[in-house]
Design a protein around this ligand. Structure first.
Ligand SMILES: Cc1cc2nc3c(=O)[nH]c(=O)nc-3n(C[C@H](O)[C@H](O)[C@H](O)COP(=O)(O)OP(=O)(O)OC[C@H]3O[C@@H](n4cnc5c(N)ncnc54)[C@H](O)[C@@H]3O)c2cc1C
Length: 487
Protein backbone atom coordinates (compact mmCIF):
# COMPACT_ATOMS: atom_id res chain seq x y z
CA UNK A 1 0.00 0.00 0.00
CA UNK A 2 1.26 3.51 -0.77
CA UNK A 3 0.88 6.09 1.98
CA UNK A 4 1.37 9.84 1.93
CA UNK A 5 3.49 9.70 5.09
CA UNK A 6 5.25 6.87 6.90
CA UNK A 7 6.24 7.57 10.49
CA UNK A 8 8.90 5.52 12.29
CA UNK A 9 8.08 5.12 16.00
CA UNK A 10 4.85 5.67 17.93
CA UNK A 11 6.37 7.78 20.72
CA UNK A 12 4.54 11.00 21.55
CA UNK A 13 6.32 12.74 18.66
CA UNK A 14 5.36 10.09 16.10
CA UNK A 15 1.73 10.07 17.21
CA UNK A 16 1.47 13.87 17.27
CA UNK A 17 2.93 14.10 13.75
CA UNK A 18 0.47 11.39 12.69
CA UNK A 19 -2.39 13.38 14.24
CA UNK A 20 -1.43 16.70 12.59
CA UNK A 21 -0.96 15.17 9.15
CA UNK A 22 -4.11 13.03 9.35
CA UNK A 23 -6.03 16.17 10.25
CA UNK A 24 -4.56 17.77 7.14
CA UNK A 25 -5.91 14.91 5.01
CA UNK A 26 -2.71 12.90 4.55
CA UNK A 27 -2.89 9.10 4.64
CA UNK A 28 -0.51 8.16 7.43
CA UNK A 29 1.11 4.88 8.52
CA UNK A 30 2.95 4.64 11.86
CA UNK A 31 5.36 1.71 12.34
CA UNK A 32 6.15 0.75 15.95
CA UNK A 33 8.64 -1.94 16.94
CA UNK A 34 6.91 -2.80 20.23
CA UNK A 35 3.58 -4.48 20.91
CA UNK A 36 2.58 -1.39 22.92
CA UNK A 37 2.54 2.12 21.42
CA UNK A 38 3.83 5.24 23.17
CA UNK A 39 7.62 4.89 23.66
CA UNK A 40 8.42 6.76 26.91
CA UNK A 41 4.67 7.20 27.51
CA UNK A 42 4.19 3.42 27.83
CA UNK A 43 2.79 1.99 31.03
CA UNK A 44 2.97 -1.45 32.62
CA UNK A 45 0.56 -3.25 34.91
CA UNK A 46 1.50 -5.34 37.94
CA UNK A 47 -1.36 -6.64 40.07
CA UNK A 48 -3.85 -3.81 40.49
CA UNK A 49 -1.27 -1.09 39.90
CA UNK A 50 -0.47 0.60 36.60
CA UNK A 51 2.94 2.28 36.47
CA UNK A 52 4.16 5.04 34.18
CA UNK A 53 7.58 4.50 32.59
CA UNK A 54 8.64 7.95 31.34
CA UNK A 55 5.78 10.44 31.70
CA UNK A 56 4.87 11.60 35.25
CA UNK A 57 3.78 15.26 35.17
CA UNK A 58 3.55 18.25 32.86
CA UNK A 59 3.38 22.03 33.18
CA UNK A 60 1.45 24.93 31.65
CA UNK A 61 -2.00 23.46 30.98
CA UNK A 62 -4.18 26.33 32.18
CA UNK A 63 -5.80 28.67 29.64
CA UNK A 64 -3.18 30.87 27.93
CA UNK A 65 -0.23 28.83 29.23
CA UNK A 66 2.53 27.08 27.26
CA UNK A 67 1.04 23.63 26.68
CA UNK A 68 -2.63 24.63 26.65
CA UNK A 69 -2.79 25.69 22.98
CA UNK A 70 -0.87 22.61 21.86
CA UNK A 71 -3.04 20.18 23.82
CA UNK A 72 -6.19 21.98 22.67
CA UNK A 73 -5.12 21.32 19.10
CA UNK A 74 -4.45 17.65 19.92
CA UNK A 75 -7.81 17.45 21.74
CA UNK A 76 -6.08 16.26 24.91
CA UNK A 77 -7.44 18.84 27.35
CA UNK A 78 -10.46 16.72 28.27
CA UNK A 79 -8.35 13.93 29.78
CA UNK A 80 -8.62 13.83 33.60
CA UNK A 81 -5.83 16.32 34.37
CA UNK A 82 -5.21 17.02 38.03
CA UNK A 83 -3.44 20.18 39.19
CA UNK A 84 -0.71 19.85 41.83
CA UNK A 85 -0.91 22.09 44.91
CA UNK A 86 -0.60 25.72 43.93
CA UNK A 87 1.10 26.49 47.25
CA UNK A 88 3.73 23.84 46.57
CA UNK A 89 3.84 21.93 43.31
CA UNK A 90 7.35 20.86 44.34
CA UNK A 91 9.20 20.40 47.59
CA UNK A 92 12.96 20.67 47.18
CA UNK A 93 14.86 19.16 50.10
CA UNK A 94 18.55 19.96 50.36
CA UNK A 95 20.62 18.69 53.27
CA UNK A 96 17.39 17.74 55.08
CA UNK A 97 15.81 21.23 54.81
CA UNK A 98 12.64 21.58 52.71
CA UNK A 99 11.86 24.53 50.40
CA UNK A 100 8.61 24.94 48.49
CA UNK A 101 8.02 26.01 44.89
CA UNK A 102 4.58 27.54 44.36
CA UNK A 103 2.57 27.92 41.15
CA UNK A 104 2.01 31.36 39.65
CA UNK A 105 4.94 33.74 39.22
CA UNK A 106 4.00 36.06 42.08
CA UNK A 107 3.24 33.27 44.52
CA UNK A 108 6.50 31.60 43.49
CA UNK A 109 8.42 34.74 44.48
CA UNK A 110 6.41 35.32 47.69
CA UNK A 111 6.94 31.74 48.88
CA UNK A 112 10.71 31.68 48.38
CA UNK A 113 11.11 35.25 49.63
CA UNK A 114 9.94 34.04 53.05
CA UNK A 115 13.20 32.07 53.32
CA UNK A 116 15.26 34.53 51.28
CA UNK A 117 13.89 38.02 52.02
CA UNK A 118 17.17 39.63 50.92
CA UNK A 119 16.75 38.01 47.47
CA UNK A 120 13.18 39.17 46.69
CA UNK A 121 14.22 41.59 43.92
CA UNK A 122 16.41 38.94 42.34
CA UNK A 123 13.64 36.37 42.53
CA UNK A 124 11.40 38.86 40.74
CA UNK A 125 13.99 39.36 38.01
CA UNK A 126 14.35 35.58 37.66
CA UNK A 127 10.63 34.84 37.35
CA UNK A 128 10.03 37.88 35.12
CA UNK A 129 12.64 36.55 32.70
CA UNK A 130 11.20 33.01 32.72
CA UNK A 131 7.71 34.40 32.18
CA UNK A 132 8.85 36.40 29.16
CA UNK A 133 10.46 33.32 27.61
CA UNK A 134 7.26 31.34 28.20
CA UNK A 135 4.99 34.13 26.90
CA UNK A 136 7.01 34.17 23.67
CA UNK A 137 6.93 30.41 23.16
CA UNK A 138 4.81 30.62 20.03
CA UNK A 139 6.98 33.28 18.42
CA UNK A 140 9.46 30.54 17.61
CA UNK A 141 6.76 29.02 15.39
CA UNK A 142 7.06 31.94 13.04
CA UNK A 143 10.87 31.98 13.01
CA UNK A 144 13.45 29.29 12.18
CA UNK A 145 13.62 26.10 14.20
CA UNK A 146 15.97 26.39 17.19
CA UNK A 147 16.59 30.02 16.28
CA UNK A 148 16.18 31.49 19.78
CA UNK A 149 19.34 33.30 20.93
CA UNK A 150 18.71 31.66 24.29
CA UNK A 151 19.92 28.37 22.84
CA UNK A 152 23.34 30.06 22.66
CA UNK A 153 23.26 31.19 26.32
CA UNK A 154 24.18 29.27 29.44
CA UNK A 155 21.46 28.42 31.99
CA UNK A 156 24.12 28.12 34.69
CA UNK A 157 25.65 31.55 34.00
CA UNK A 158 22.21 33.13 33.83
CA UNK A 159 21.46 31.84 37.33
CA UNK A 160 24.82 33.05 38.64
CA UNK A 161 24.32 36.50 37.17
CA UNK A 162 20.71 36.81 38.35
CA UNK A 163 20.72 35.36 41.88
CA UNK A 164 23.49 35.97 44.45
CA UNK A 165 22.65 33.35 47.04
CA UNK A 166 24.14 29.96 46.00
CA UNK A 167 21.58 27.98 48.03
CA UNK A 168 18.71 29.82 46.36
CA UNK A 169 20.25 29.14 42.93
CA UNK A 170 20.25 25.44 43.79
CA UNK A 171 16.66 25.51 45.01
CA UNK A 172 15.59 27.20 41.75
CA UNK A 173 17.37 24.38 39.88
CA UNK A 174 16.14 21.68 42.26
CA UNK A 175 12.97 20.72 40.41
CA UNK A 176 15.02 20.08 37.25
CA UNK A 177 16.51 16.80 38.48
CA UNK A 178 15.42 14.99 35.34
CA UNK A 179 16.71 17.70 32.97
CA UNK A 180 20.44 16.88 33.26
CA UNK A 181 21.79 20.09 34.70
CA UNK A 182 25.16 20.26 32.99
CA UNK A 183 26.75 23.63 33.86
CA UNK A 184 29.02 23.67 30.81
CA UNK A 185 26.31 22.77 28.28
CA UNK A 186 22.66 23.34 29.25
CA UNK A 187 21.13 26.08 27.06
CA UNK A 188 19.15 28.76 28.88
CA UNK A 189 16.21 28.27 26.48
CA UNK A 190 15.62 24.71 27.71
CA UNK A 191 15.96 25.58 31.41
CA UNK A 192 13.72 28.66 31.14
CA UNK A 193 11.00 27.22 28.93
CA UNK A 194 10.54 24.03 30.96
CA UNK A 195 10.81 25.63 34.41
CA UNK A 196 8.44 28.40 33.40
CA UNK A 197 5.80 25.90 32.33
CA UNK A 198 5.92 24.28 35.80
CA UNK A 199 5.70 27.66 37.56
CA UNK A 200 2.64 28.43 35.41
CA UNK A 201 0.92 25.28 36.72
CA UNK A 202 1.87 21.63 37.23
CA UNK A 203 -0.35 18.64 36.51
CA UNK A 204 -0.59 14.87 36.86
CA UNK A 205 -2.98 12.67 34.95
CA UNK A 206 -5.64 10.93 36.99
CA UNK A 207 -4.84 7.68 35.22
CA UNK A 208 -1.63 7.04 33.33
CA UNK A 209 0.41 8.11 30.32
CA UNK A 210 -1.11 5.56 28.00
CA UNK A 211 -4.36 7.57 28.10
CA UNK A 212 -2.58 10.29 26.12
CA UNK A 213 -1.23 7.96 23.45
CA UNK A 214 -4.44 5.92 23.24
CA UNK A 215 -6.44 9.09 22.62
CA UNK A 216 -4.06 10.25 19.88
CA UNK A 217 -3.95 6.79 18.31
CA UNK A 218 -7.76 6.46 18.38
CA UNK A 219 -8.13 9.81 16.63
CA UNK A 220 -5.49 8.96 14.00
CA UNK A 221 -7.28 5.70 13.19
CA UNK A 222 -10.64 7.49 13.08
CA UNK A 223 -9.14 9.90 10.53
CA UNK A 224 -8.03 6.96 8.34
CA UNK A 225 -4.46 6.44 9.53
CA UNK A 226 -2.86 3.05 10.22
CA UNK A 227 -0.68 2.14 13.20
CA UNK A 228 1.21 -1.14 12.85
CA UNK A 229 2.78 -2.55 16.02
CA UNK A 230 5.50 -5.23 16.22
CA UNK A 231 6.92 -3.57 13.10
CA UNK A 232 10.59 -2.76 13.65
CA UNK A 233 11.90 -0.61 10.83
CA UNK A 234 15.03 -2.31 9.52
CA UNK A 235 15.95 -0.25 6.42
CA UNK A 236 15.07 2.91 4.56
CA UNK A 237 15.47 2.27 0.87
CA UNK A 238 16.67 5.22 -1.20
CA UNK A 239 15.63 5.34 -4.84
CA UNK A 240 16.53 8.25 -7.12
CA UNK A 241 17.66 10.31 -4.13
CA UNK A 242 14.47 9.88 -2.09
CA UNK A 243 13.32 7.32 0.46
CA UNK A 244 11.13 5.21 -1.81
CA UNK A 245 10.11 2.55 0.68
CA UNK A 246 10.48 1.55 4.31
CA UNK A 247 11.40 -2.02 5.19
CA UNK A 248 10.23 -3.48 8.50
CA UNK A 249 10.92 -6.80 10.24
CA UNK A 250 13.51 -7.45 7.51
CA UNK A 251 10.97 -8.68 4.96
CA UNK A 252 7.91 -6.39 4.76
CA UNK A 253 7.78 -3.04 2.97
CA UNK A 254 5.55 0.02 2.76
CA UNK A 255 6.08 3.04 0.59
CA UNK A 256 5.21 6.67 1.10
CA UNK A 257 5.76 10.11 -0.36
CA UNK A 258 7.28 11.39 2.88
CA UNK A 259 8.98 9.66 5.82
CA UNK A 260 9.22 11.06 9.36
CA UNK A 261 11.53 9.42 11.87
CA UNK A 262 10.63 9.85 15.55
CA UNK A 263 13.62 7.78 16.69
CA UNK A 264 17.12 8.96 17.62
CA UNK A 265 18.84 10.59 14.59
CA UNK A 266 21.85 8.25 14.84
CA UNK A 267 19.48 5.25 14.72
CA UNK A 268 17.71 6.81 11.75
CA UNK A 269 20.96 7.16 9.82
CA UNK A 270 21.91 3.58 10.67
CA UNK A 271 18.79 2.52 8.72
CA UNK A 272 20.26 4.08 5.53
CA UNK A 273 23.68 2.48 5.02
CA UNK A 274 23.87 3.71 1.41
CA UNK A 275 22.77 7.18 0.37
CA UNK A 276 23.74 9.59 -2.34
CA UNK A 277 22.62 12.55 -0.18
CA UNK A 278 23.90 11.87 3.32
CA UNK A 279 27.43 13.14 3.67
CA UNK A 280 30.00 11.42 5.86
CA UNK A 281 30.43 14.64 7.83
CA UNK A 282 26.71 14.67 8.77
CA UNK A 283 26.86 11.01 9.83
CA UNK A 284 29.99 11.64 11.93
CA UNK A 285 28.45 14.72 13.50
CA UNK A 286 25.23 12.94 14.50
CA UNK A 287 26.98 9.83 15.81
CA UNK A 288 29.45 11.82 17.91
CA UNK A 289 26.90 13.96 19.81
CA UNK A 290 26.59 13.07 23.53
CA UNK A 291 23.30 11.91 24.97
CA UNK A 292 21.80 12.80 28.35
CA UNK A 293 22.02 10.35 31.25
CA UNK A 294 19.49 7.59 31.87
CA UNK A 295 17.11 7.12 34.79
CA UNK A 296 16.80 4.33 37.34
CA UNK A 297 13.21 4.07 38.53
CA UNK A 298 11.93 2.25 41.60
CA UNK A 299 8.24 1.55 41.06
CA UNK A 300 6.63 0.89 44.43
CA UNK A 301 3.30 -0.84 44.80
CA UNK A 302 1.91 0.50 48.10
CA UNK A 303 -0.22 -1.51 50.53
CA UNK A 304 -3.91 -0.66 50.48
CA UNK A 305 -4.84 2.46 52.50
CA UNK A 306 -1.29 2.69 53.87
CA UNK A 307 0.12 5.90 52.41
CA UNK A 308 -1.76 9.21 52.12
CA UNK A 309 -1.51 10.76 48.65
CA UNK A 310 0.77 13.80 48.35
CA UNK A 311 -0.26 16.34 45.73
CA UNK A 312 3.23 17.59 44.95
CA UNK A 313 6.56 16.21 43.73
CA UNK A 314 9.44 15.82 46.18
CA UNK A 315 13.02 16.36 45.04
CA UNK A 316 15.61 15.23 47.61
CA UNK A 317 19.32 16.07 47.42
CA UNK A 318 21.95 14.88 49.87
CA UNK A 319 23.63 18.28 49.63
CA UNK A 320 24.04 21.30 47.37
CA UNK A 321 27.06 20.00 45.48
CA UNK A 322 25.20 17.40 43.48
CA UNK A 323 22.41 19.49 41.96
CA UNK A 324 24.42 20.63 38.94
CA UNK A 325 26.82 18.28 37.10
CA UNK A 326 25.57 14.91 38.35
CA UNK A 327 28.22 12.24 38.85
CA UNK A 328 27.59 8.93 40.56
CA UNK A 329 29.83 8.73 43.61
CA UNK A 330 28.75 5.32 44.89
CA UNK A 331 25.68 6.42 46.86
CA UNK A 332 22.20 7.71 46.02
CA UNK A 333 22.32 11.47 46.37
CA UNK A 334 19.36 12.85 44.38
CA UNK A 335 15.85 11.55 43.73
CA UNK A 336 12.42 12.61 42.52
CA UNK A 337 9.46 11.07 44.38
CA UNK A 338 6.17 11.00 42.47
CA UNK A 339 2.84 9.81 43.93
CA UNK A 340 0.12 8.34 41.75
CA UNK A 341 -3.33 9.89 42.16
CA UNK A 342 -5.54 7.47 44.16
CA UNK A 343 -8.15 5.58 42.15
CA UNK A 344 -10.48 6.13 45.08
CA UNK A 345 -10.08 7.33 48.63
CA UNK A 346 -7.18 9.41 49.86
CA UNK A 347 -4.31 6.92 49.73
CA UNK A 348 -1.98 6.28 46.82
CA UNK A 349 -1.50 2.82 45.34
CA UNK A 350 1.90 3.46 43.81
CA UNK A 351 4.90 5.74 44.12
CA UNK A 352 7.83 6.11 41.71
CA UNK A 353 11.32 7.09 42.82
CA UNK A 354 13.51 8.34 39.97
CA UNK A 355 17.27 8.88 40.18
CA UNK A 356 19.84 9.62 37.44
CA UNK A 357 21.82 6.62 36.21
CA UNK A 358 24.74 6.75 33.79
CA UNK A 359 25.37 4.00 31.27
CA UNK A 360 28.63 2.91 33.01
CA UNK A 361 26.59 1.44 35.84
CA UNK A 362 24.82 -1.05 33.56
CA UNK A 363 27.30 -1.33 30.66
CA UNK A 364 28.44 -4.81 31.72
CA UNK A 365 24.96 -6.16 30.86
CA UNK A 366 24.84 -4.35 27.50
CA UNK A 367 24.73 -7.60 25.53
CA UNK A 368 21.77 -9.05 27.42
CA UNK A 369 18.07 -8.88 26.60
CA UNK A 370 14.97 -8.12 28.71
CA UNK A 371 14.19 -10.86 31.22
CA UNK A 372 17.49 -12.68 30.64
CA UNK A 373 20.11 -10.41 32.14
CA UNK A 374 21.16 -12.80 34.93
CA UNK A 375 21.11 -13.03 38.71
CA UNK A 376 23.88 -10.43 39.20
CA UNK A 377 21.77 -7.83 37.37
CA UNK A 378 18.75 -8.64 39.54
CA UNK A 379 20.96 -8.28 42.62
CA UNK A 380 22.35 -4.96 41.37
CA UNK A 381 18.82 -3.60 40.85
CA UNK A 382 17.64 -4.83 44.23
CA UNK A 383 20.53 -3.17 46.07
CA UNK A 384 20.06 0.04 44.14
CA UNK A 385 16.32 0.05 44.90
CA UNK A 386 17.00 -0.52 48.61
CA UNK A 387 19.46 2.40 48.64
CA UNK A 388 16.85 4.65 46.99
CA UNK A 389 14.18 3.62 49.50
CA UNK A 390 16.61 4.15 52.40
CA UNK A 391 17.44 7.63 51.08
CA UNK A 392 13.77 8.60 50.67
CA UNK A 393 12.91 7.19 54.13
CA UNK A 394 14.70 10.15 55.67
CA UNK A 395 11.85 12.31 54.32
CA UNK A 396 9.07 9.68 54.43
CA UNK A 397 9.96 7.56 57.50
CA UNK A 398 6.94 5.28 57.12
CA UNK A 399 7.70 4.36 53.51
CA UNK A 400 9.33 0.96 54.12
CA UNK A 401 6.33 -0.30 56.11
CA UNK A 402 3.94 0.66 53.34
CA UNK A 403 5.60 -1.19 50.44
CA UNK A 404 3.77 -4.17 48.98
CA UNK A 405 6.06 -4.87 46.01
CA UNK A 406 9.06 -3.32 44.28
CA UNK A 407 9.71 -3.18 40.51
CA UNK A 408 12.61 -1.42 38.84
CA UNK A 409 13.78 -0.17 35.47
CA UNK A 410 17.25 0.92 34.34
CA UNK A 411 18.69 2.61 31.23
CA UNK A 412 18.92 -0.91 29.74
CA UNK A 413 15.14 -1.18 30.01
CA UNK A 414 14.71 2.14 28.16
CA UNK A 415 17.28 1.12 25.51
CA UNK A 416 15.41 -2.10 24.83
CA UNK A 417 11.88 -0.65 24.91
CA UNK A 418 12.47 2.65 23.08
CA UNK A 419 15.72 2.09 21.16
CA UNK A 420 17.34 5.18 22.69
CA UNK A 421 21.18 4.87 22.63
CA UNK A 422 22.63 3.81 25.99
CA UNK A 423 19.18 4.17 27.54
CA UNK A 424 19.49 7.96 27.53
CA UNK A 425 16.35 9.47 29.08
CA UNK A 426 16.10 12.60 26.92
CA UNK A 427 18.27 11.80 23.91
CA UNK A 428 20.71 14.31 22.43
CA UNK A 429 22.38 16.57 24.97
CA UNK A 430 22.08 20.12 23.69
CA UNK A 431 25.11 22.37 24.16
CA UNK A 432 24.92 26.17 24.17
CA UNK A 433 28.58 26.32 22.96
CA UNK A 434 27.68 24.27 19.90
CA UNK A 435 24.09 24.90 18.92
CA UNK A 436 24.81 24.27 15.24
CA UNK A 437 26.21 20.88 16.18
CA UNK A 438 23.63 19.79 18.76
CA UNK A 439 20.32 21.38 17.75
CA UNK A 440 19.24 19.07 14.94
CA UNK A 441 16.71 20.45 12.45
CA UNK A 442 13.75 18.39 11.15
CA UNK A 443 14.90 18.45 7.49
CA UNK A 444 17.57 15.83 6.71
CA UNK A 445 19.82 15.82 3.64
CA UNK A 446 17.35 13.48 1.93
CA UNK A 447 14.54 15.72 0.60
CA UNK A 448 11.59 13.55 1.74
CA UNK A 449 13.03 12.38 5.08
CA UNK A 450 12.32 14.40 8.26
CA UNK A 451 13.11 13.99 11.94
CA UNK A 452 10.95 14.66 14.99
CA UNK A 453 10.78 13.87 18.73
CA UNK A 454 12.73 14.74 21.84
CA UNK A 455 16.15 14.70 20.21
CA UNK A 456 15.39 17.98 18.44
CA UNK A 457 14.67 21.27 20.25
CA UNK A 458 13.33 20.54 23.82
CA UNK A 459 12.68 17.14 25.39
CA UNK A 460 9.57 16.27 27.43
CA UNK A 461 5.90 16.55 26.54
CA UNK A 462 6.10 20.31 25.91
CA UNK A 463 9.19 20.11 23.72
CA UNK A 464 8.08 17.08 21.72
CA UNK A 465 4.66 18.67 21.09
CA UNK A 466 6.31 21.85 19.76
CA UNK A 467 8.70 19.88 17.57
CA UNK A 468 5.85 17.90 15.99
CA UNK A 469 4.55 21.18 14.57
CA UNK A 470 7.96 22.17 13.19
CA UNK A 471 8.38 18.78 11.54
CA UNK A 472 4.91 18.72 9.97
CA UNK A 473 5.34 22.34 8.82
CA UNK A 474 8.14 21.07 6.56
CA UNK A 475 5.51 19.02 4.72
CA UNK A 476 2.38 21.21 4.81
CA UNK A 477 3.92 24.67 5.32
CA UNK A 478 3.97 26.60 8.62
CA UNK A 479 1.50 29.29 7.46
CA UNK A 480 -0.97 26.58 6.59
CA UNK A 481 -0.58 24.97 10.04
CA UNK A 482 -0.67 28.19 12.02
CA UNK A 483 -4.14 28.97 10.66
CA UNK A 484 -5.55 25.74 12.16
CA UNK A 485 -3.57 26.25 15.27
CA UNK A 486 -4.94 29.70 15.91
CA UNK A 487 -1.69 31.55 16.66
C1 LIG B 1 12.23 8.21 33.14
C2 LIG B 1 11.65 9.33 32.35
C3 LIG B 1 10.78 10.22 32.97
C4 LIG B 1 10.20 11.25 32.24
N1 LIG B 1 9.31 12.08 32.84
C5 LIG B 1 8.70 13.04 32.13
C6 LIG B 1 7.70 13.86 32.71
O1 LIG B 1 7.32 13.65 33.87
N2 LIG B 1 7.17 14.87 31.97
C7 LIG B 1 7.58 15.11 30.68
O2 LIG B 1 7.08 16.06 30.05
N3 LIG B 1 8.49 14.32 30.07
C8 LIG B 1 9.05 13.29 30.77
N4 LIG B 1 9.97 12.48 30.17
C9 LIG B 1 10.34 12.75 28.77
C10 LIG B 1 9.25 12.33 27.77
O3 LIG B 1 8.63 11.13 28.18
C11 LIG B 1 9.93 12.15 26.41
O4 LIG B 1 10.63 13.34 26.09
C12 LIG B 1 8.95 11.86 25.27
O5 LIG B 1 7.95 10.96 25.64
C13 LIG B 1 9.77 11.33 24.10
O6 LIG B 1 8.93 11.07 23.01
P1 LIG B 1 9.53 10.75 21.58
O7 LIG B 1 8.39 10.58 20.66
O8 LIG B 1 10.57 11.74 21.21
O9 LIG B 1 10.39 9.38 21.71
P2 LIG B 1 10.15 7.95 22.35
O10 LIG B 1 9.17 7.99 23.43
O11 LIG B 1 11.52 7.43 22.65
O12 LIG B 1 9.53 7.09 21.17
C14 LIG B 1 10.27 6.47 20.15
C15 LIG B 1 9.47 5.28 19.65
O13 LIG B 1 10.12 4.74 18.51
C16 LIG B 1 10.08 3.32 18.59
N5 LIG B 1 11.19 2.79 17.78
C17 LIG B 1 12.53 2.87 18.00
N6 LIG B 1 13.21 2.30 17.01
C18 LIG B 1 12.27 1.81 16.13
C19 LIG B 1 12.36 1.12 14.89
N7 LIG B 1 13.53 0.79 14.33
N8 LIG B 1 11.21 0.79 14.27
C20 LIG B 1 10.00 1.12 14.79
N9 LIG B 1 9.87 1.77 15.97
C21 LIG B 1 10.99 2.13 16.62
C22 LIG B 1 10.25 3.04 20.07
O14 LIG B 1 9.82 1.74 20.41
C23 LIG B 1 9.37 4.13 20.67
O15 LIG B 1 8.03 3.72 20.78
C24 LIG B 1 10.54 11.42 30.86
C25 LIG B 1 11.40 10.52 30.24
C26 LIG B 1 11.95 9.48 30.96
C27 LIG B 1 12.86 8.50 30.25
Amino acid sequence: MKYDVIIIGSGLGGLECGYILSKKGYKVCILEQNAQIGGCMQTFKRGKSVFNTGFHYIGGLDEGQSLNKLFRYFDLLDLPWHKLDEDAFAEVIIDGKPFFLASGHERFVDTLAKDFPHQRKQLETYTHFLKQVGDNIFESFTSDFGNSALFDSSAYLFLQETVDDPLLRNILSGSSLTMELCSKKLPLYIFAQINNSFIQSTWRLNGNGSMIVDKLAGDIRAMGGDIITKAKVTRLIETDGRIGSVEYNDDAQVSGTYVISDIHPSQTLALIPESRHIRKMYRNRISSISNTFGIFTVHLQIKESAMPYLNRNIFIYRNEDIIWDYKFNGEISSVLVNYNIPRDGSCTSNIDILTPMCWDEVARWADTVIGKRGADYEMFKQQKAESCIEFVSERIPDLKNCIEKIYTSTPLTYRDYTGTPNGSAYGIQKDYNDTLGTIIVPQTQIPNLFLSGQNLNLHGVLGVSMTSFFTCAKIVGMDNLLKDFNI
